[in-house]
Design a protein around this ligand. Structure first.
Ligand SMILES: NC(=O)c1ccc[n+]([C@@H]2O[C@H](COP(=O)([O-])OP(=O)(O)OC[C@H]3O[C@@H](n4cnc5c(N)ncnc54)[C@H](O)[C@@H]3O)[C@@H](O)[C@H]2O)c1
Length: 327
């Protein structure tokens, strides 16, 4: 039994991770400032004798010092996440992601604790070299386009984590999540699947940004959690970077049609309407999007034998079921 500290553990992915680790009979402490995370995500865990929760920010070094000193492994997921949030609150995104990760690594180094750092497929930017391999070049736009600040802030996190590994021998592992979806993800900050499901269940039009021909691969959060747990337990993964994502590609227009078809099955309510919204209207003038984003997952398969297990229809059915239960 190990003691895991999950930063951002009241968030979408962090709360599933906490649940899975408790299920494996580990001890779990969560620190979360509830900025985008929600107490309801972890409320069912609070009765568990091996679960502890601190409502605080990861930049509070006094609290972090105590929590890190008491744990065996840090799973660092706390971050400001979501394309809309980057555009609405850029100072917070940059500061949270860079200063927060700096604080986590500094304290982990003080106590020589292993750290797994959550990174993102946004790292690859608008590269059209598909699929993305971990050692591929990054292709980014100019600094006046806000969306690239998220990619860059996460890249600084990766640089810093790898620097701690190389210079101070701190055991770190970096995992780059591609679009991860499932129950508890909120549509508030531009996440496409919960937004489509909410719109379809309400009988509203599904708003597809651009012409909808941009494609993504969607991974079930439970598959992402299996990958993180496997990497945490793999000594050979230390000092390495891993893609974690699904490889089944679908256009956003195709996704909207699939959501409508499934909601129709469940509820008989969706009326098949899809509304195309120009990027400038959805985000900001000059917004740039990637056409495709497909991971090469051969490295994580080779290290820990991980592959996604759940199909897109299973993911969407789970999200629809969750949204109906929450309504
Ligand atoms: N969901 C995805 O598709 C996806 C894709 C790529 C990367 N990621 C990464 O996975 C991680 C988790 O993302 P998520 O989708 O669960 O988002 P989320 O917003 O649900 O989780 C982030 C959590 O961090 C918390 N947080 C933010 N700032 C904090 C601070 N200063 N101190 C303490 N807690 C703080 C939030 O309250 C939230 O609970 C993030 O690092 C994100 O960059 C997610």
């Amino acid at each position: 039994m190990a003691h895991y500290l999950i930063t951002g553990g009241a968030g979408f992915i962090g709360s599933h991770l906490a649940e899975a680790l408790l299920g494996l009979e580990h001890r779990v402490t969560v620190i979360d400032n509830l900025s985008t995370g929600r107490f309801e995500n972890i409320a069912p865990l609070t009765d568990h004798s091996q679960f502890h929760f601190a409502i605080d920010t990861i930049t509070n070094e006094v609290v972090m010092d105590r929590l890190v000193s008491e744990c065996d492994v840090v799973l660092h997921l706390a971050a400001a996440v979501g394309v809309e949030l980057i555009i609405k609150d850029p100072v917070n995104v940059i500061e949270t992601n860079i200063l927060g990760t700096h604080s986590v690594l500094k304290v982990a180094n003080r106590y020589r604790k292993k750290v797994l750092v959550a990174s993102t497929s946004e790292i690859y930017g608008k590269s059209d070299q598909i699929p993305f391999r971990e050692d591929d070049d990054r292709v980014l736009g100019t600094t006046t386009v806000a969306r690239w600040s998220y990619s860059s802030s996460k890249a600084v996190d990766e640089f810093l984590a790898l620097a701690y590994y190389r210079q101070k021998y701190l055991p770190v592992v970096i995992f780059r999540l591609f679009n991860t979806v499932g129950p508890r993800q909120t549509g508030r900050y531009g996440m496409v699947v919960p937004r489509f499901v909410r719109q379809a269940l309400a009988g509203d039009s599904l708003t597809v940004y651009g012409d909808g021909s941009q494609a993504r691969c969607f991974l079930h959060v439970k598959d992402a959690v299996r990958a993180i747990v496997a990497l945490a337990g793999c000594p050979e993964a230390v000092g390495e970077v891993f893609n974690v994502g699904a490889t089944e590609e679908i256009t956003i227009l195709g996704l909207a049609q699939r959501v409508l078809a499934l909601v129709d099955n469940v509820q008989g309510k969706a009326d098949g309407r899809i509304r195309l919204v120009p990027y400038e209207e959805a985000y900001e003038a000059g917004f740039e999007d990637m056409r495709r984003r497909v991971p090469d997952t051969s490295k994580i398969r080779q290290y820990v034998g991980w592959e996604p297990e759940r199909s897109l229809d299973e993911i969407l059915t789970d999200v629809i079921g969750y949204s109906l239960a929450a309504a």
